[in-house]
Design a protein around this ligand. Structure first.
Ligand SMILES: [Zn+2]
Length: 244
């Protein structure tokens, strides 16, 4: 099973962090390692896929906090596993609670405060990014946990890339000019990873503490992509949390 392990978050004792791909699952066709029950995949397969992925990370599904994502900028503090309704980002300072962000093109942003020991996961597609969800999370970590921004380590994961992610002008206009480029057909290619990166930098996260994965989920078939596969697209999980 191929999973993405952020190098920048690799060396912290007890920190569990990783993102799934399409590889290593039992679902049929493009679903591969689909981890979502909310797509047209068999429940039995998803259960087996989750078991495989979580066991590779050394965690149990009963320790995972999930989100019912709605492309909002709503953030929830979690102290235990289970489903969190109507939110697109989670943070915790509890041990043995692992945050799961569901992804198929939207940008996953994982944060770790190495001093206060706080983990955060963000679903930051263009709508969340337009509502500045990554910035909101940094501010919330400072308020709730007293995080010093210089202690925050960030991973911006595989997502729809600036090579493929075509959007209408009305969408591109919501972001800094340098984060999009105009195509000959009048539409724009949007770089949502960089939008999130800018929000982290503008709020004091150090450039040297940010790792941005360059992979584009749309043209790289090792990833699930809603833009590419529509209803046939599975979902990946980006996971972060701390072991006891
Ligand atoms: Zn691409």
């Amino acid at each position: 099973m191929k999973i993405i392990r952020p190098k920048i978050l690799n060396n912290f004792p007890g920190l569990v962090c990783g993102m799934s791909t399409t590889d290593g699952g039992v679902s049929e066709g493009k679903f591969g390692l689909n981890l979502s029950f909310n797509v047209q995949d068999s429940e039995t397969s998803v259960k087996e896929n989750r078991k495989r992925f979580f066991s590779l990370l050394g965690i149990l599904e009963s320790q995972v906090a999930f989100t019912q994502q709605k492309h909002t900028s709503n953030i929830a503090a979690v102290g235990h596993a289970g489903l969190n309704e109507n939110c697109d980002a989670l943070h915790t300072n509890s041990k043995n609670v692992f945050l799961a962000i569901s992804i198929a093109d939207c940008t996953p942003v994982l944060l770790y405060d190495k001093k206060q020991r706080v983990a955060a996961g963000i679903h930051a597609g263009w709508r969340g990014a337009a509502h500045r969800i990554s910035e909101k999370m940094i501010k919330e970590m400072q308020i709730i946990y007293g995080s010093n921004v210089e202690d925050i380590i960030a991973f911006i994961g595989p997502a729809a890339g600036k090579c493929c992610y075509e959007v209408e002008a009305e969408v591109a206009e919501q972001f800094p000019k340098e984060c999009s480029s105009k195509k000959e057909n009048g539409k724009y290619l949007l770089d949502v990873k960089s939008v999130n990166m800018m929000q982290l930098l503008e709020n004091g996260v150090l450039n040297s503490n940010i790792e941005m994965n360059q992979d584009c989920t749309i043209h790289n078939t090792i990833y699930h992509s809603f833009r590419r596969d529509g209803n046939q697209s599975g979902r990946m999980f980006a996971i972060i949390g701390m072991k006891e």
